[in-house]
Design a protein around this ligand. Structure first.
Ligand code: NAD
Length: 471
């Protein structure tokens, strides 16, 4: 069995001071595949010290130097794409096509940050002031298991582009990916201490990062509950905090939509990343007068969605990442039944023909009300709710009646109307007739989906502080 017993501090692979051993599982088989030695508080302190020492030198590097570093990091991560794809399938269970996209994305975000940095002007003249954007200091970067490699590289790219140094606390459940990415990033040959990677628990390493006075900035992606905790913990030292949290995204199918395209797209938006996606479109809002037709089409198209072996290219929904996550999703399916939702597709238990692993039946409930638990809480699994509306005003009211505001989808054949409705939706991104990603546009949530934005210039500025010099 693979042993992962090194962390990365001050440009070196070192044995953690921490002694706790943590089992990594293959979620498709539920078998243990590796053991990780977790970092502890002392390791976090050592990493912060290294990043602090590296900051004065790194923060004064030229833009050209940092563009070059980011391009080298991109090349290094791109060179391990195949290995990373295999690790994502093995320890996370992403279906092969998704895993391949995720590995490519981890490299691409570094190149995108290099391009953003290239075009960014750190100084401007405003009246009698020279305004300079100055790096914040040492950044603590905390990632979730549902896109660990991508968030390590994306957050690190923005932090380094700005001139910050970093301590990364990846998800402890993603240690295979982290080990591959760390080895690749080391190959890029940045100065020692500029980035440090310490895999440990949130309550230990994460807690040190969110309270330590030498951490100026936290960029966190994960659950809303932990995000709130980090915000409170960081208040004492007034850290700058970016939070990318959960979602309960609406998919508005307008009555003019071409259902042959809209229904498969709605299913894809809901079941992406096996439903373990913060941006999943989980509340599908449909015109009440077309419900019967829409229900029939969901049943028909859902039959093509295959849950099972993530190595099989025909699979679109892989297993849940952990047994805990599997239990959580099952609980919500039972709650949907108990609260009177109509089960259209799927249901409790393992998919037919599967005996091991943490698989869930891709599930669609219909005749759900927006007050039911399955419509209010983030499930983080392949469970969708169809909710009817009478008219567009009601559709908008339901879309916005949620504590979240990360993403929304509008499916319509009337683009001007869809654009007009988008203006009334409280969400960081609204996708009209597409599931595409725009890496230069800001990404992040309204309301309890987060604070701040990542990607592009907005993401870069999240690691910068303006300073005015008047003369
Ligand atoms: P999580 O909040 O449990 O953990 C996220 C990270 O925080 C992990 O590295 C964890 O170890 C760490 N952590 C836990 N407790 C901590 C503490 N007290 N202090 C500091 N760090 C701590 O989330 P998860 O289960 O890994 O990921 C799933 C969640 O992430 C979902 O709610 C999902 O919506 C969200 N998510 C959001 C986005 C987004 O961009 N908005 C993207 C992906 C996932």
């Amino acid at each position: 069995m693979q042993q992962i017993n090194q962390i990365y501090i001050n440009g070196q692979f070192v044995a953690p001071h921490g002694m706790e051993l943590f089992d990594l599982h293959n979620p498709a088989t539920a078998k243990v595949i590796a053991q990780v030695k977790l970092a502890d508080e002392q390791d976090a302190l050592d990493a912060i010290q290294a990043a602090k020492q590296a900051f004065p030198g790194f923060s004064r590097t030229s833009k050209a130097t940092r563009v070059d570093y980011l391009k080298r990091m991109h090349a290094a991560v791109a060179s391990v794409e195949a290995e990373l794809t295999a690790a994502i399938i093995e320890e996370y269970g992403a279906p092969v096509s998704r895993a391949a996209w995720m590995a490519k994305h981890a490299a691409n975000v570094l190149l995108e940050a290099a391009n953003v940095l290239q075009d960014y002007d750190f100084t401007q003249r405003i009246g009698i002031a020279d305004v300079t954007m100055q790096p914040l200091g040492v950044a603590g970067l905390i990632t979730p298991w549902n896109s660990n490699a991508g968030f390590i590289c994306g957050k690190l790219a923005a932090a380094l582009a700005a001139g910050c140094t970093a301590v990364i606390k990846p998800s402890e459940m993603s240690a295979l990916q982290t080990a591959i990415v760390t080895r690749a990033l080391h190959q890029a040959g940045l100065p020692a201490g500029v980035f440090n990677i310490v895999t440990g628990r949130g309550e230990t390493v994460g807690a040190v990062l969110s309270t330590h006075p030498d951490i100026a900035k936290i960029s966190f992606t994960g659950s809303t509950a932990v995000g709130k905790h980090i915000l409170r913990a960081g208040a004492e030292t007034l850290k700058r905090i970016t939070l990318e949290l959960g979602g309960k995204s609406p998919v508005l199918i307008l009555d003019d939509a071409d259902l042959k395209q809209a229904i498969p797209m709605a299913l894809q938006a809901g079941f992406m990343n096996s439903g373990q996606a913060c941006i999943a479109g989980t509340r599908i809002l449909v015109p009440a007068n077309r419900l019967a037709e829409i229900e029939a089409m969901f049943v028909e198209h859902a039959a093509n969605i295959r849950a099972g072996d993530p190595q099989d290219p025909n699979t679109s929904v892989g297993p849940m990442v952990s047994f805990k996550q599997w239990q959580r999703v099952q609980r919500y399916i039972h709650l949907g039944l108990e609260e009177g939702a109509h089960l259209l597709v799927g249901g409790p238990g393992l998919p037919d023909g599967i005996e091991a692993g943490w698989f869930v039946k891709p599930t669609v409930f219909s005749r759900v009300t927006n007050q039911m638990t399955i419509a209010r809480e983030e499930i983080f699994g392949p469970v969708l709710s169809i909710i009817t509306y009478k008219d567009e005003a009601e559709a908008l009211a339901i879309a916005n009646d949620t504590p979240y505001g990360l993403q929304a989808y509008i499916l319509s054949s009337n683009l001007p109307k869809a654009r007009a409705l988008a203006a009334y939706i409280d969400a960081g991104r609204v996708l009209i007739n597409t599931l595409a990603h725009e890496p230069r546009a800001p990404f992040g949530g309204f309301k309890q989906s987060g604070i701040g934005r990542e990607y592009g210039t907005f993401g870069l500025e999240a690691f910068l502080e303006p300073k005015s010099v008047l003369a």
